[in-house]
Design a protein around this ligand. Structure first.
Ligand SMILES: [Zn+2]
Length: 182
């Protein structure tokens, strides 16, 4: 007897799909970029006994992505959302404040993409009111509305001063053009 299409494995076309609920173990990219094992409890998925394929629906994929994000110690999507709401900003305003594209920002908030480690730290800093003030000043400076980004930061002009930046002096990241004044 021919099986209903929904019962056949979409990968091998023959397998019996078995519904499993339990701990789903997979390999994901770790914080150092190397593969790491991730175990997520309470996931429901379908497993093909013939080819061994695990078939994940939307809910299972979301649960695994969420656990992966947590394993990388990145702010969860919901917390990025509530952080923005707490600041009373739209997604467009938030992306402008961060200096990134609106699509990139909205992907972090919807959970489909992970923010980088650097942006994760940046987002966490937004919870400090003084940081937000300084960031607004930087934005105004970039827009040409003020002369200086913020009084607590100065341009590194002298070569000697630049060399004191140490680690930064060997890099070309824009952040290195600023040094905190003592
Ligand atoms: Zn199969």
């Amino acid at each position: 007897m021919r099986k209903e299409k929904s019962d056949a494995c979409p990968v091998c076309g023959v397998g019996d799909l078995k519904r499993i609920t339990g701990e789903f173990t997979t390999e994901v990219e770790g914080p150092d970029g190397r593969p790491m094992k991730l175990s997520v409890p309470g996931v429901t998925w379908r497993h093909c006994a013939s080819c061994g394929e695990d078939l994940l629906d939307d809910n299972a994929s979301k649960a695994i992505t969420k656990a992966h994000r947590a394993a990388l110690k990145l702010l969860p999507a919901e917390e990025i959302h509530s952080l923005r709401q707490g600041l009373g900003k739209t997604q467009a305003q938030m992306s402008e404040l961060l200096g990134i594209g609106e699509k990139t920002y909205s992907r972090w908030e919807s959970g489909t993409h992970f923010q980088s480690e650097a942006f994760d730290r940046y987002l966490r800093l937004l919870q400090v009111p003084e940081v937000l003030d300084a960031l607004n000043e930087i934005r105004l400076f970039k827009e040409g509305s003020t002369d200086s980004p913020t009084s607590t930061f100065t341009y590194v002009e002298a070569v000697e001063a630049y060399e004191h930046v140490g680690e930064c002096s060997r890099r070309s990241a824009p952040a290195c053009w600023f040094a905190a004044s003592a």
